[in-house]
Write a new protein. Structure first.
Length: 149
């Protein structure tokens, strides 16, 4: 992806309640991709039950420091919790990184009412999460929803 389009800095944001371990593994050694995942973890009790989903997995080799996990250890987190994560962690890191492209791996099972996610993010709040990202990367933001069956 970065090779074809000559991109040097890509931010992948994953706010689905499940950790995107496949995406993390693919880019774990690549400093061209900053992977930032907010997901349920519950001290390893929530699927996929991997220690690599915890905060200490920060990349390796040239990718060291380019992998951020925000493991949520309780359910019921809502708009204010996610805004705090964005304001205090994601946005400062993203502003320093200066991505040329942002890809949002957008699952919506953190939304209020989703029985699997057990979080309380209001559906309208997702726009508030996306809005500050549009000020980065010359507004080159792709929001992608992948459905696995």
């Amino acid at each position: 992806m970065g090779d074809v389009h000559k991109l040097e800095r890509i931010l992948i944001l994953d706010y689905d309640v499940h950790h995107g371990q496949g995406t993390q593994r693919f880019f774990y050694n690549d400093p061209r991709v900053l992977y930032f995942s907010i997901h349920r973890f519950e001290h390893g009790a929530f699927w996929p039950h991997l220690q690599e989903s915890d905060y200490h997995a920060i990349g390796e080799g040239p990718g060291l420091g380019f992998n951020f996990n925000v493991p949520l250890n309780e359910t019921g987190m809502g708009d204010g919790d996610y805004m705090a994560i964005f304001q205090q962690l994601l946005l400062p890191v993203a502003m320093e990184y200066q991505p040329e492209l942002i890809i949002v791996s957008a699952g919506y099972d953190a939304a209020l009412g989703c029985p699997e996610g057990e979080m309380q993010v209001t559906p309208a709040f997702y726009a508030h999460l996306l809005n500050p990202l549009l000020r980065l990367a010359d507004s080159r933001v792709a929001v992608v929803l992948v459905l696995l069956t």
